[in-house]
Design a protein around this ligand. Sequence first.
Ligand code: MV4
Length: 510
Amino acid sequence: MFRKVLIANRGEIALRVIRACNELGVKTVAVYSEADVRAPHVREADEAVLIGPPPSTESYLRGDRIIEAARATGADAIHPGYGFLSEREWFARAVRDAGIVWIGPPAEAIAAMGSKTAARTLAVANNVPVVPGTTEPLADASAAAKVAQRFGYPVLLKAAAGGGGKGMRVVSDPKDLENAFGAAQREAKAAFGDDAIYLEKFIAKPRHVEIQVLADAHGNVLSLGERECSVQRRHQKMIEESPSVAVDPDLRRRMGETAVRAASAAGYVNAGTCEFLLDQSGEFYFLEMNTRLQVEHPVTELVTGIDLVQWQLRIASGEKLPFTQAEIGPRGWAMECRITSEDASNNFLPSTGHIDHLHLPSGPGVRWDGGIEEGSDVGLYYDPMLAKLIVWGGDREQAVTRMRRSLVDLIIQGVETSRDFHIRLMDDEDFRRGAIDIQWLERNLASILDRKPPADSVRVAAIAAAMLGDRDRRLRAVSAAPAAGSGGTAAETVGTNAWKQAARIEGLTN
Ligand code: MV4
């Protein structure tokens, strides 16, 4: 095992990796920007190195400075977390070339899955089902028209270099193809510097189901089952769960075997995820592979009992996976809500501020993977995801109930968050039945926002939670100096905020 690991990330994922290192007896090095001087990941690590000004292009994306920090502190491995440099082939290569172990897949596997058309070609060659369409980029709109005629409308134009939905255009009518092709090209060029476009048959109302894989350096590749990630808005996931209501043991086995084939074909080592579309008839299609640890990895951890981050370290240090496919199966149900600093009632506008009160839910089956604490400042430099609330229950009903209870217990004051919106989602009838697909949230957004949280019990619990938070803060306000100037003691200000909070939960105000 490594002696010292540098974590090239910030926020909740940096803390998640630090915890895994602590449990493995590995020393940790944090890196941080000038905006993160007081961030929890900096304090929790054994050492920390300042790598630059707040913008990520000058700090968390500066591979050169991060490798230099690893050298200076004598770290023998780098964990990239997700986002930032985690899927940059050049960085994985630079780390390796510097004689430091990369806690992630080989640079070659990142490259093999980086181009969507290359990944499709690899999939087809390995008997991995993909959506009917082309594997080669299309020369022009008229070439696209010929292929579209063959597959039948509606079709979806996609950027070969793509991902994240950029450069994607649905075309339902042949007369729109030429315009859409031009638009997709321009968008792809702007986003990826590459205007190559290919085409697939458009799958209506699919679910996004992904398979977690874990591969060691000794040829063992295992599936850790699926995550259902259909509740998303503008390609940002909001809720993830495992297992999926749409996946039975036979489908789980078939999707798992398919993901293992795709990973093996790419020479994959470490933790990775194969994304699939699952259509309404139960057919599944490989979309792409994410060559990193994902935000939603905890739901898989809770239903499999496997610590994915610890295994990332063990695999990178050469250990063999000790379990077999037959030993891995989901137990119970796990669900994750992404807590973001966004105001759902205001078109999910990012919110900034100082977190002056934070009360975290706890109790059986409740996990908080957070990157914030009381006193944190939330700015606009980085991703708005502040934390993840993850729960486990014996079945889906228990998980949803426990998530709702935990959300009500959660109090964050000082910034707007997605918490209230998540409570509404837990009360939604479609959601409670699991009747979701990738467009479900966007189709139902207005009605979800319009709805007032109903049951009296809800209101009572919410007000009680707010007032308990209030009482807690009053106690501390007594020992603090009264608020200067603004007319009113700290305790009075606290009281007002608690009622605002209660009113918001009740849906009386936004
Ligand atoms: C699709 C699709 C429907 N049909 N492909 C979006 C991003 C990229 N990873 C692939 N995406 C999609 N590809 C076909 N042939 C619908 C989507 C899609 C989507 C996929 C997964 C999660 C969220 C999504 C939201 C909108 C569209």
